[in-house]
Design a binder for this molecule. Structure first.
Ligand code: SF4
Length: 307
């Protein structure tokens, strides 16, 4: 029995050694934690039990802020963010996000959000306000947005693209066949449409999407998903291992070996992605700043000349 199929008495797959996490807490970690706490901000790092929290907070001094509250109106079966009817909107949140980005001295920030299907605009206006606040407080900071699908409403998507984020990201999360079982109120086609609308509205705004593996998909289905993303001109893709956040979430069907992640990365480049991160601990926002720098070097000759 190999590492990938080894299971314990409960039938649960055993985690392979490459998923071992260093949980040491550093002074930088404490600093990020204090800013998040004092400014009453939510992070997807905490809410989604991200395995990289100690590395991102402790070594890189960064976090991914989750705006519009901590309660999501959808109930995806892979995600541990609380679900229910959210509270009202905190109109001062954008300013606190902006000042926190400045206080942490971030050069690249990822802003994500809960789904707010209770709001007529899905929270689009607050995303726009947050980008403006970051630009006021930290004008040099690159802004990466990881948004919901806004039910593919053009006005909401265009209003966000019009802020010209450095990256506009929306995740397909999984392959086409598994989407109905795994995501809630979302569709594979709509997610592709959101990315397509964004690119068609302003092709100078780079689009990105991420997906998890280990939920029961085949490699062929992952490649098909990558092909679908390329058909709508997505330039950056991230592929990471699904990890079951709690016992009530979907179990892991398979732990991909690092060689399999390398193979998927090769496929992504063959299909024409400008940048791809593929690895067990890769998440949408994992090493996002470094990846964006690498992406810029690949596409901008002038930037490349600056070394
Ligand atoms: S990978 Fe993203 S969500 Fe996870 S800890 Fe790092 S910044 Fe937070």
């Amino acid at each position: 029995m190999d590492t990938l199929s080894a299971s314990n008495k409960t039938g649960k797959l055993r985690k392979p050694p490459w998923l071992k996490i260093d949980r040491r807490v550093t002074a930088t970690h404490e600093r990020v934690k204090n800013v998040v706490k004092n400014e009453r901000l939510a992070t997807v790092c905490e809410e989604a039990n991200c395995p990289n929290l100690h590395e991102c907070w402790g070594q890189h001094g960064t976090a991914t802020f989750m705006i519009l509250g901590e309660v999501c109106t959808r109930r995806c079966r892979f995600c541990s963010v609380k679900t229910g009817l959210p509270r009202t909107i905190d109109f001062k949140e954008p300013n606190r996000v902006g000042s926190s980005v400045a206080e942490l001295g971030l050069k690249h920030v990822v802003i994500t959000m809960v789904d707010r299907d209770d709001l007529p605009d899905g929270g689009a206006k607050m995303v726009v306000e947050t980008v403006h606040a970051i630009r006021r407080h930290a004008p040099e900071c690159a802004v990466e947005l990881l948004t919901s699908d806004f039910m593919a409403r053009p006005a909401d998507i265009f209003s966000i693209v019009d802020t010209k984020p450095d990256i506009m990201s929306h995740n397909i999360e999984t392959v086409k066949r598994l989407t109905p079982q795994i995501r809630s109120r979302a569709s594979y086609e709509r997610s592709l449409r959101v990315l397509e609308m964004s690119y068609e509205h302003d092709s100078s705004v780079t689009t990105k999407s991420s997906l998890m593996v280990g939920l029961g998909e085949t490699v062929e289905e992952v490649v098909e998903a990558l092909q679908d993303l390329r058909k709508v001109d997505v330039s950056i893709c991230n592929i990471g291992q699904y990890l079951q956040p709690t016992a009530t979430h979907l179990p892991v069907q398979k732990y991909y070996h690092p060689d399999e992640f390398a193979l998927l990365k090769g496929k992504a480049y063959e299909l024409g992605f400008t940048h791809c991160e593929s690895g067990a601990l890769v998440r949408s926002s994992y090493h996002a700043g470094e990846d964006y720098e690498s992406f810029r070097k690949k596409i901008h000759p002038l930037y490349r000349n600056k070394g």
